[in-house]
Write a protein of this length. Structure first.
Length: 560
């Protein structure tokens, strides 16, 4: 145990290998006479400031709760600069005030110091000095002599030696937005309230309440009539400044982190927590025939809106549990509807990366560029047992058991057996989808293949000995697969699904099997049908683009 002139008693323990003492626990007080004291916490604590530049909190009930408020690593900075801690601390406090009503929200203590033209704030909840320093805006620097905090705990008033009395806001303004055209300044404090100020008259003109969690962002519309705010409570709210009320609000399943409205006021962009994309929302007010905002907005009611997805399959899986969890009060809200059928005269894209389907038409160039300089070397030793048969799809396939009972098999059974032995998962899936006349599973399988794997699958059906095929009467399994592929292309082009991907696969298919199709009349009939479907689809697409170009030309030449 030790005591010294710093008015402290300390207990040390010698548990280090070097034999040095370590401070175990201590009790301390002011090392110089205190100057200012105030009761705090219903009389259970006393705030005191002394000439030792320390600001302390004493407990009247239990001395273990007494402590000195931190001034940010004083001991560490003093050791680094090799000076005493008292030289780094703030100058002695001459006046201070506190307010308990906002102790959990922001800094609730203000102090004035000797020969100092700035005031400091403290957060008693964390026993630490605050981040903000209050500096009066007078032209001549004047020392601060007095301070007080309002009854609401939101403001502090400072009195200077030069006669200035200034009022400060103790809240942190977490967000701020300024509209230069009309001079409105929107601010957000920690109380989740939006406050609008007129920078010309220096007065508060609007106050909007409704968010229940931290406000993440806010922005003005280009005309200055709307204020849009987002919050971690998942809501996006639109406030009408002229009417001083909320005109629309919606809640999304993922909280919004940032918002921005386009200069034309037609699109609102949002970003969300843990979401890589930027979401765009269309302004209904520009496309609604009614000029009344209440006809399309929700007003004070908060609508539940689901974020859009890139796949209709994902949406269908998510809609069912969401519908079950909706309350009876929200039963009148219409869910987002996705049509199962194709929109007339429109096409759908595969949403694959452009490099994946564009590489199909340039595989020859890619193979020449990636050709190895040296031939592959034969391994010195190979395993005796091979676990599986190599496959193009990367799946592990094993040798099928050999059947010795071939007696009584018909020619059709033998043909199907040869087809099964020759084909991979590619051909088997194509045949099964052709029988069901539903090729969605086969298209998904093709989209999952790499360009080189898809090229190899198509080349596996290529017939090398075309002359022998023409002379032979026995049907070849390769011709059957090529015929099924033609049926697949006819069906997909008629439905106009995965349009750019199917076009790329079709080009590669004709490049590989074009000569085979030319030699067989059965295949030529299907190719003529394919050409007819392809022509009709392209005519509709071209007509649609021509009408859109005419519309753009009309709008650009019109004068309003």
């Amino acid at each position: 145990m030790s005591s010294a002139a710093d008015n402290s008693i300390k207990m040390w323990i010698f548990d280090n290998n070097e034999g040095d003492a370590r401070l175990l626990r201590f009790r301390s007080g002011h090392s110089a006479p205190p100057r200012c004291i105030r009761f705090y916490g219903n009389g259970k604590f006393i705030l005191s400031a002394g000439q030792d530049r320390a600001f302390r909190l004493f407990s009247v009930v239990q001395d273990q709760q007494s402590r000195e408020l931190s001034q940010r690593h004083v001991a560490k900075r003093a050791k680094k600069l090799r000076v005493k801690e008292e030289e780094i601390k703030l100058k002695p406090v001459i006046a201070f005030d506190c307010a308990e009503i906002r102790a959990r929200d922001w800094c609730n203590v203000v102090t004035c110091h000797t020969d100092t033209s700035k005031a400091y704030v403290w957060r008693l909840q964390n026993f630490v000095i605050g981040e903000h320093i209050l500096t009066p805006s007078s032209e001549t620097e004047s020392l601060i002599k007095a301070c007080t905090i309002s009854a609401c705990g939101n403001f502090t008033i400072l009195g200077t030696e030069g006669g200035w009395i200034e009022k400060f806001n103790l809240q942190s303004v977490t967000k701020i937005a300024y509209h230069r055209a009309n001079g409105l300044l929107a601010t957000v404090a920690d109380d989740m309230v939006l406050v609008l100020f007129d920078t010309v008259s220096m007065k508060m003109v609007r106050r909007f309440e409704g968010h229940t969690d931290r406000i993440t962002d806010l922005c003005f519309s280009e005309d200055g009539k709307w204020l849009i705010s987002s919050s971690m409570d998942g809501t996006l709210r639109i406030w009408d400044i002229s009417l001083a009320r909320q005109i629309d609000a919606m809640r999304v399943d993922v909280s919004i982190t940032s918002v921005s409205m386009s200069p034309n006021m037609d699109v609102l962009a949002t970003t969300h927590v843990d979401q890589n994309g930027v979401y765009l929302w269309v302004n209904q007010a520009l496309f609604s025939p009614s000029t009344n905002v209440d006809s399309y907005a929700s007003g004070k009611h908060v609508r539940n809106v689901l974020l859009p997805t890139v796949s209709s399959a994902e949406r269908s899986e998510e809609e069912e549990p969401i519908k079950k969890s909706q309350d009876s009060n929200q039963s009148n809200i219409k869910p987002f509807v996705i049509m199962d059928h194709q929109i007339p005269d429109m096409i759908t894209l595969s949403l694959l990366p452009r490099s994946q389907w564009q590489s199909l038409t340039n595989l020859d160039i890619i193979k020449v560029r990636n050709k190895p300089i040296e031939p592959p070397k034969k391994p010195e030793q190979a395993p005796f047992f091979l676990p599986s048969v190599p496959s193009l799809s990367g799946e592990i396939l094993f040798e099928p058991p050999s059947s010795k009972e071939t007696d009584g098999s018909t020619t059709e059974d033998i043909g199907h057996k040869k087809m099964a032995d020759l084909s991979s998962h590619f051909s088997r899936l194509l045949q099964s989808c052709g029988e069901l006349e539903s090729y969605s599973a086969f298209t998904d399988y093709l989209k999952g293949l790499s360009p080189s794997s898809l090229d190899m699958e198509l080349r596996m059906l290529q017939i090398i000995d075309d002359d022998e095929v023409e002379e032979s009467e026995e049907p070849r399994p390769e011709l059957h697969s090529i015929s099924l592929l033609l049926d697949y292309f006819i069906h997909e082009l008629s439905c106009r699904n995965n349009f750019e991907f199917v076009q790329a696969v079709l080009k590669l298919f004709l490049k590989i099997h074009g000569e085979t199709i030319r030699r067989h009349s059965t295949l030529q009939e299907k190719v003529r049908k394919l050409l007819d479907v392809q022509s009709k689809v392209w005519q509709k697409i071209d007509k649609m683009f021509q009408s859109s170009r005419c519309m753009v030309t009309f709008l650009s030449n019109s004068q309003f």
